[in-house]
Ligand binder design. Structure first.
Ligand code: NBP
Length: 496
């Protein structure tokens, strides 16, 4: 009889867990669920899980006893302390070879630690990013599992069955060892922050410089969603802008407070970028913009004191600055958004490459782009270009250097320049779009003004500098009489 017992268990029946469990059961994998608060399990079994074959238990020992080894237990509990709390109770109950999958938004360093702790108990720990929200969890998420390859091979049939599927296959792949799965999910979320900020800025230029009502902007986004910008977030934006608030009769977006919240993954992405010296300025701008938006009291105060442009002009002036008539203006904004998105993804992919090298994860960037083509929040037609670019050249140093991507950037960068110039003239903040263009413009410079910064550092701190015309480490006697610079023994000073 024991072979009749299910292998799969799921812990945590909040919005993600309950939907993922339904997905697993619907795809023919019998499973047993457990939630810390038992009444939630009972409600679930009597409610949405009724008739699905899902069974439930009231304790962790019961869960372990009900499952057939090697057990495959998925945690969908709140990230942080709850994951450790569950593991502390669960691990001693398990047998060698059992697998624990953490499907929450855990910090990748926590996943590295947990993998090591469980490995010491002959258990396999898989840190798996799950993207797509509750609908994705139910109908097919994008899955980013990292940890022991052996564990992935056991989990693969189930993960492949429950993941979203696109023309490019199931949206799951083995990411790599350790915390790489949660790292990739973190970068996915960072890119998502960037996408949302860029879209919001484009909307802001349309509503403020072009005086377009929300419903008209919705039509524009719907049209864009049929072209190069086709993506889930553009589609969502169009639907949100079209939605009318039943209480006021106004577009609901016009009555929603302009203070955005955030959870940890955006901040973690920036922290990692700083640590690995692999800049993600557009994600940085997006997180900063959310933080500034949350300072609403300060902004209200500042709006009464700090002055904007006196009279930037009317709609026709903005259209002219954006390239001509209404159609030309919108074409510029479409180009600007596409260009900025490409720049932002180039930043995110570069950070993944840097992490792969630093942590020796051997990430397959083409595969990562592929599993983001469906199920997840950043799914977009453009991901196929990224997939192709890294598949043709896995050693590509930056996405913007791919010939096809470079050509598209070249075709659209003019729109970004016009959009930013217009926004600046109208006093509309566009930090994400600006950072995307600055990243591009910085990358393509042979001569940045960092020569002056090096000179300044050497002036006040004798930090030395390199020269363009000869080898060696140099220092100038800035304060003495006009002495020529002399090579000095290598002495690296790192405190400035
Ligand atoms: P929550 O993040 O809101 O977590 C609630 C679940 O955690 C409940 O089942 C709760 O049990 C359980 N839990 C807590 Br809180 N503390 C616990 C403890 N000490 N021991 C055992 N269980 C505990 O749920 P969610 O929104 O479904 O998200 C689950 C994970 O998926 C999170 O890491 C989240 O970041 C991630 N995620 C969420 C989304 C999304 O769209 N919501 C998308 C992608 C990823 P209780 O019922 O007894 O309180």
């Amino acid at each position: 009889m024991s072979e009749q017992r299910p292998h799969v268990g799921l812990i945590g029946l909040a919005v993600m867990g309950e939907n993922l469990a339904l997905n697993i059961a619907r795809n023919g994998f019998p499973l047993v669920v457990y939630n810390r608060t038992t009444v939630r399990t009972e409600e679930y079994l009597a409610g949405s899980a009724a008739g699905t074959g899902i069974t439930g238990v009231a304790t962790l020992p019961d869960l372990v006893a009900t499952l057939e080894p090697p057990r495959q237990i998925i945690l969908m509990v709140k990230a942080g302390v709850p994951v450790d709390a569950v593991l502390t109770e669960l691990a001693p109950l398990l047998d060698p070879g059992d697998i624990v999958v953490d499907g929450g938004n855990s910090y990748f360093r926590d996943s590295e630690r947990r993998e090591a702790e469980l490995a010491a108990q002959n258990l396999m720990f898989v840190g798996m990013g799950v993207s797509g929200g509750e609908l994705g969890a139910l109908w097919g998420p994008s899955l980013m599992p990292g940890g022991p390859r052996e564990a992935y091979d056991i989990l693969e049939p189930m993960l492949t069955a429950i993941a979203a599927t696109t023309d490019y296959g199931p949206c799951v792949t083995y990411i790599g060892p350790g915390g790489s799965g949660h790292y990739v999910k973190m970068i996915h979320n960072g890119i998502e922050y960037g996408d949302m900020q860029l879209i919001a800025e484009t909307y802001d230029v349309m509503r403020r410089a072009l005086a377009m009502p929300a419903t008209e902007i919705a039509d524009v986004f719907a049209a864009w969603n049929t072209r190069a910008l086709e993506s889930y977030l553009i589609e969502v934006t169009s639907e949100v802008l079209r939605f009318i608030d039943t209480e006021t009769g106004q577009p609901i977006v016009d009555v929603i407070l302009d203070a955005a919240e955030q959870k940890g993954t955006g901040r973690w992405t920036i922290e990692s970028a700083l640590e690995l010296a692999s800049p993600v300025p557009t994600i940085d701008a997006a997180v900063t913009a959310r933080n500034l938006s949350a300072l609403r009291g300060l902004r209200v105060q500042a709006s009464e004191v700090l002055m904007g442009p006196k009279s930037p002009g009317g709609v026709s002036d903005a259209q002219a600055m954006l390239g001509g008539d209404a159609d030309a203006a919108l074409a510029s904004l479409e180009s600007a958004l596409y260009f900025s998105k490409v720049s932002s993804y180039a930043q995110g992919m570069s950070l993944l490459a840097a992490a792969s090298t630093t942590y020796t994860w051997d990430l397959n960037l083409s595969e990562i782009a592929r599993i983001w083509t469906g199920g997840c929040i950043i799914r977009a037609a453009f991901l196929a270009d990224i997939m192709r670019a890294y598949s043709e050249n896995p050693e590509l140093t930056n996405l913007l250097l791919d010939v096809n991507v470079a050509r598209k950037s070249d075709e659209t960068v003019g729109g970004a320049r016009r959009a930013i110039a217009t926004a600046r003239s109208w006093g509309i903040p566009v930090p994400g779009t600006s950072s995307a263009l600055d990243y591009f413009d910085t990358l393509r410079q042979i001569a940045l003004p960092a020569n002056l910064i090096q000179a300044q550092r050497d002036f006040f701190g004798a930090h030395t500098y390199l020269r363009t015309d000869r080898e060696g480490i140099h220092h100038t006697l800035w304060h003495g009489d006009e002495q020529p610079s002399e090579p000095v023994p290598l002495q690296i000073v790192t405190d400035a």
